[in-house]
Design a protein around this ligand. Sequence first.
Ligand SMILES: [Zn+2]
Length: 294
Amino acid sequence: MRPGFTGATFDRADHLRLDAERMAELVASLRARLLRLSTLDPHLDESGRLAWGSLAELEAEAELIFLGLDGEAPLFAPLPRLEGSAQRAWSVFALLDRMAPEEAALWGTARSLIEWHNRHRYCGVCGTATAVFRAGWGRRCPSCAAEHFPRVDPVVIMLAEHRGRVLLGRQPQYPPGRYSALAGFVEPGESIEEAVAREFREEAGIQVRNVRYVASQPWPFPGSLMIACIAEAEDDRLTIDRTELEDALWMDRAGVEAALAGAPDAPFKAPPHFAIAHSLLRAWLELAPAAPRN
Ligand SMILES: [Zn+2]
């Protein structure tokens, strides 16, 4: 399985982040490349690869994030000041549709970092304006010396299976016909397994057992780590929380196969290939024994 936003091939070169002398050399290097962005969205060439420019393209107000090394070439992203909170633009999904997972992974790294910086301009301890350090992989407070590091928020995303069918849900903001795996943030004091069980209980009113981890993916809107799991449902009676879900239903293998194949008569529209829900549905088809035929 190769979830979206994974497989980045660049070297994060953590050992260079605090080396001011080396960092100055990398910024001055003729090989240095700057990721081309429109606010947060990538520029793509005809083959769907990320477009890069030179550091001369950096806008006067912007700072730099050192993403890492591609061979000898230092890779940077611009760190602009965003007006307000950057809204997720759904138009980026059309771009992601054309991108290979490793390209999406590199862009997603930059996107998550840029949003994190813009949401953490002030010290959470004393309220003073913070400054970039570690070449863009942290912020430091000049007043109380607190160091702040980019956060990653764990989210469980999961399928429950019951007698050859899986539970899918639909959120109101989904495109027409789309159903996907249920999901929710892991809360303080919870294990992954406990978060999965709680989310199923809260959103669909079902009890589950035997929670199995399948795979994970970074999701840069703005900085989640999606943890994909499959669990067994005790029974199939649903009590749907309508504040979370517009609908939920049990889907059989044939329906999932048709949706993943993009069949026009499929009973639902599958999540896009770069979302781990898509990979999770594929994994379920491979893991689950074929449903008994009547
Ligand atoms: Zn402080």
